[in-house]
Write a protein that binds this ligand. Structure first.
Ligand code: GDG
Length: 460
């Protein structure tokens, strides 16, 4: 296979551990092929011209990093407007939060065109191009329009909604037609693939050539599920590090007489944080033996704060946490420790390991890597229990977790109680199955399977 070219909205220096498992896994493949990683630099030029941005080239080992700046107008329409104000909410089934401002799509298209233009100049004929996520759906179509004939694959990190929800996006047919410029499209779960198949069956319509093969617009496309995983070994190494060990020791001492529950995410309305807090409140009400003991540490790392829906969520969370602590707290015990800051990645495994229960209860989630990190961080002799939303992509693989419907407050509370009471033997058995599963389908398996499927497709 030729050189690998990865394109994503943001890129990461694969040599830095703070970047996480995905960056490490992609970095390894890029390193092996002497590849190129292309994306936005993260810089916004206040008075920049829309559709224009400086290209920066940098070498990181054998990997070339290429980044482009965005003008303020492009950033606001492409990134905040269309990607995070339309596609993110709709793809997470939240039509009520979408802002269908007609101007956003022009910026989205303009930035994809600019990226394609800059990238085309860097491509070699036998490169294999792997584009990531909803910010860049039309990138391949733009590259093809410029005459690029390389093999191109796309991976959607977030869910694909059912056809009638997707059809609410005014440009839905253009988005799906754009996908047909790729040779391979990867989704997180079988549910997403079935939504895609139903959409192209009814709205496009495409010919179904085989289980994963569709033909429309004069183009054949392979669409398949590639559930993303974590780098289990990298996470175990992180867990053995000083910062993580210190975190674990500190939490274990502090909560030696109490039960610790943990939730870790970017603050996002897809993650079901208010519903989770309500279920935790219900737990305290329905099972009073937890009073004075059960403590939920909820990390909600700041994310996309300039999008309106996020400010409203923040207020709701602050008020819910305040009310729970006010109603149930004691002088020496506060039921919720809510932290609206990011925690250093090196400390996360220690926090997970100290917890008896993890609450991973998104309303909708492409995969959810926190669920997998929690499992990896546990002591197999005395593991914590994972309470997982059935609406996370991860639920298709992690059936030994306690699956919940996060909208059902009473039963979620009941399930959290079951997790807190679970006998050691059952915890060990469930953890063993989950660990084997996340090991077998880790981030390297995901990367290799995707790239092998792309390589197996005959060159266009
Ligand atoms: C998207 C899709 C899909 C969280 N808080 C902190 C922190 N994190 C880290 C976690 C984990 C990552 O961020 C979150 O990954 P998720 O998968 O849970 O969720 P998204 O950010 O929404 O990711 C998702 C994923 O892409 C991959 O395809 O699974 O469905 O939405 O690694 O540990 N890291 C640090 N401090 C924090 O406070 N350092």
């Amino acid at each position: 296979m030729g050189r690998l070219v990865v394109v994503s909205n943001r890129i990461a220096d694969p040599r830095k551990t703070a970047s996480g498992g995905l960056a490490v896994a992609l970095g390894q493949a890029l390193e092996a092929s002497g590849g190129l990683w292309f994306g936005w630099s993260g810089k916004v030029v206040e008075n920049g011209t829309p559709g224009e941005g400086d290209l920066h080239l940098q070498q990181a080992g054998r990997v070339q990093l290429a980044t482009v700046d965005l003008s303020r107008e492009d950033h606001d329409s492409y990134y905040l407007g269309y990607s995070n104000g339309v596609l993110w909410p709709v793809f997470h089934y939240r039509l009520d939060l979408a802002d269908f401002d007609a101007g956003y799509v022009a910026g989205y298209r303009r930035v994809n065109q600019m990226f394609a233009h800059k990238l085309a100049g860097l491509l070699q004929p036998d490169d294999v191009v792997w584009v990531h996520d909803y910010h860049l759906i039309p990138l391949a179509a733009e590259l093809r329009a410029m005459g690029c004939r390389q093999r191109m694959g796309f991976f959607l990190h977030i869910p694909l909604p059912p056809p009638l929800i997707l059809a609410a996006v005014p440009e839905h047919d253009w988005l799906i037609r754009s996908l047909f410029a790729y040779d391979l499209v990867g989704f997180q779960s079988e549910a997403d693939v079935s939504h895609f198949a139903r959409y192209v069956g009814t709205e496009t319509p495409a010919d179904v050539l085989g289980e994963h093969e569709f033909r429309a617009f004069g183009k054949t496309l392979r669409a398949q599920a590639f559930p993303i995983g974590i780098d289990v070994d990298e996470f175990l190494e992180l867990g053995a590090g000083r910062e993580s060990q210190e975190m674990y020791a500190q939490m274990r001492d502090e909560y030696s007489r109490r039960r610790l529950l943990v939730g870790v995410e970017r603050m996002d309305y897809s993650k079901g944080l208010p519903q989770r807090l309500k279920a935790f409140r219900q737990l305290l009400q329905s099972y009073p033996e937890n009073l004075g003991s059960a403590t939920l540490i909820q990390i909600a790392a700041p994310s996309r704060e300039s999008v309106d829906a996020y400010a409203a969520l923040r207020q709701e969370l602050e008020s819910l946490c305040g009310a729970i602590n006010g109603n149930f707290g004691e002088l020496d015990w506060m039921p919720v420790r809510y932290i609206h800051r990011s925690v250093a990645r090196k400390r996360l495994p220690g926090l997970y390991r100290a917890a008896s229960v993890a609450l991973v209860t998104p309303l909708r989630d492409g995969m959810n890597l926190v669920a997998k990190e929690f499992v990896a961080a546990q002591d197999p002799q005395d593991p914590g229990v994972l309470v997982l939303s059935r609406f996370a992509g991860a639920a298709e693989q992690m059936s030994e977790a306690l699956l919940v419907n996060p909208y059902d407050t009473a039963r979620t509370a009941e399930t959290i109680q079951r997790a807190l009471q679970m006998p050691l033997e059952e915890r060990q058995r469930r953890h063993q199955v989950l660990l084997a599963q996340i090991r077998a389908q880790d981030v390297h398996w995901w990367r290799e399977r995707f790239l092998a499927s792309l390589a197996a497709i005959p060159a266009p």
